[in-house]
Design a protein around this ligand. Sequence first.
Ligand code: ITT
Length: 199
Amino acid sequence: MRKLILATRNLDKVKEIKEILGDLNLEILDLNNYSNIPEIVEDGETFEDNAIKKAREVFKIVKLPVLSDDSGLEVEILNNQPGIRSARFAGEPTNYTKNNEKLLKMLDNVPDEFRKAQFRCIVVFKTKNEEILAEGICKGRILRQMRGSGGFGYDPLFIPDGYEQTYAEMPQEVKNKISHRAIALKNIKPFILEYFDKI
Ligand code: ITT
């Protein structure tokens, strides 16, 4: 039974994870398929804490291999804010446009050379006997206005180092090769493959 449960309700993440893990020949479900799983309170102090918590809570209920993703944007001059608060930066419920507007306002008078930022993603693969963590980081900078309509979240404001387009302007296949999420998943893929090849 090659079933993997994504410990997320965020459909933007689900879409990217499914595209990136598409070659693994797995049946991938997410929490939108499990209405009995309550909202998980993300009260950890790090991406690792939150990713582990999501993986453990979902595993307890589904008892199938679980993959969680905790991710966000760290802006250097803002002491790595919004960080673990990226989803709800401008308040609840998550609103990507308001989050981007708040970020732009906070960086209003900040010159280009101080607009360095990075996306970070921690993924956790949890099975009955194992709990494996992997990380992916993508460094770049924050623009002065939103550009592009692809992707999600802070994508219209983020240009990865070595590129001219924002995450939201580049083709999704390119984002899925270079992104923080792509790197984290590339690092954890061998462990997922090993598990499913063994059973
Ligand atoms: P789950 O906890 O259900 O997985 P969530 O959206 O609450 O969903 P996080 O707590 O990990 O997930 O917060 C992720 C936020 O970080 C997301 O809402 C975006 O604001 C930002 N983010 C993460 N990855 C991103 C990406 O690839 N592009 C743009 N923004 C991203």
